[in-house]
Ligand binder design. Structure first.
Ligand SMILES: O=CC(=O)O
Length: 335
């Protein structure tokens, strides 16, 4: 019997053994093309016919561009599963995948990312609260803490952490911030059960904005959450608030944030993600007070390896059982 084809979009960097072991059950192939137009042509000319499952890396967006309606329509009709390596799958138009007959099912990679992303959020939170960035820069310029020295920072103890989007990463961050003596309030579409909330207080969105000393964005980017934090929401926050974003740049209106930083209403922020990566708003770059990372939330050896291993688990499940372990939430009613 011929084995189903599994197409790799992007590179396997760590889980080589797990990936290669898939050749027991599938024929592993890679595309010939290196640009989106060429990839679309490769799809529509029938060269990828018979592909059953795709392993898609985050970085493969530089080859294919986003998985929008055009690309999804061009994918071979044999394709049943897309296993995406990343917790966030905003680059994939899931509605267009669901609209195919039969639907193209998508998995993401939650859980494996939780610790490293929450650690990055914690680093940004502490750096922004304490005002470390300008002094770190000044020291390297031979100016010790800076000239003039920066204002005093703030302790996390006793401060209210407002988590918008209390999924795996938000809950992990909450546990870490418990150890710092912070109190957590959160907002989700629905309150969590007592065990998952672990003492965090559920509040409405506006109450979170009004009460938090630190707002951490941990929610997925989708059409409902795009610019969920903009001028009006920033205005409802406490003067001197600190904002941390390790989710996706698009949930935060960067222009509005820059204005709120410039006015002093937002004291500082810690960002790992940007609306137009790798481009960063010039108002953030010039502001030495803010903490900026170049999308490094999951950038650790252990986490990257665990993510690839998990995506391989999804590919194996797709090929052998015709289902996905980490099916995205939007498609759970479809199967
Ligand atoms: O950004 C990283 C991820 O989505 O896992």
């Amino acid at each position: 019997m011929t084995k189903p084809k599994v197409l790799l979009l992007g590179e396997i960097e760590y889980a080589h053994d797990a990936w290669n072991a898939l050749s027991d059950i599938a024929t592993l192939i890679t595309p010939q093309s290196t640009t989106r137009p060429a990839f679309l042509q490769e799809c529509t000319s029938g060269q990828l016919d018979g592909v059953h499952t795709i392993f898609r890396t985050f970085d493969s967006g530089s080859l294919t561009g986003p998985w929008d309606a055009e690309l999804i329509a061009a994918l071979p009709s044999s394709l049943r599963f897309c296993c995406h390596n990343g917790a966030g799958y905003d680059a994939i138009d899931v509605a267009a995948c669901s609209a195919r007959t039969p639907p193209l099912l998508v998995s993401n990679c939650p859980k494996a990312v939780d610790d490293a992303t929450a650690d990055a959020a914690l680093f940004l939170l502490l750096g922004a609260l304490r005002g470390f960035n300008s002094s770190m820069l000044a020291l390297r310029e031979g100016k010790w803490r800076g000239e003039p020295a920066p204002p005093l920072g703030h302790d996390p103890r006793g401060k209210v952490l407002g988590i918008l989007g209390m999924g795996g990463i938000g809950r992990n961050l909450k546990r870490k911030c418990d150890a710092l003596g912070m109190r957590t309030i959160y907002h989700n579409r629905k309150p969590l059960g007592a065990e998952e909330a672990a003492g965090a207080e559920y509040v409405e969105f506006d109450e979170l904005l009004a009460r938090a000393d630190v707002v951490s964005l941990n929610l997925p980017l989708n059409p409902h959450t795009r610019h969920i934090i903009s001028h009006a929401q920033l205005a409802k926050m406490k003067p001197g608030v600190v904002i941390v974003n390790t989710a996706r740049g698009g949930v935060l209106d960067e222009e509005a944030l820059v204005q709120a930083l410039d006015s002093g209403h937002v004291r500082s922020c810690g960002l790992d993600v940007y609306d137009d990566e790798p481009n960063v708003h010039s108002g953030l770059i010039r502001n030495e007070n803010v903490m900026l990372l170049p999308h490094m939330g999951t950038y650790t050896l252990e986490t990257m390896a665990a993510m690839e291993e998990r995506v391989v688990v999804n590919v194996r499940e797709a090929v052998t059982k015709g289902r996905l372990v980490d099916l995205v939430v939007e498609q759970r009613g479809l199967v």
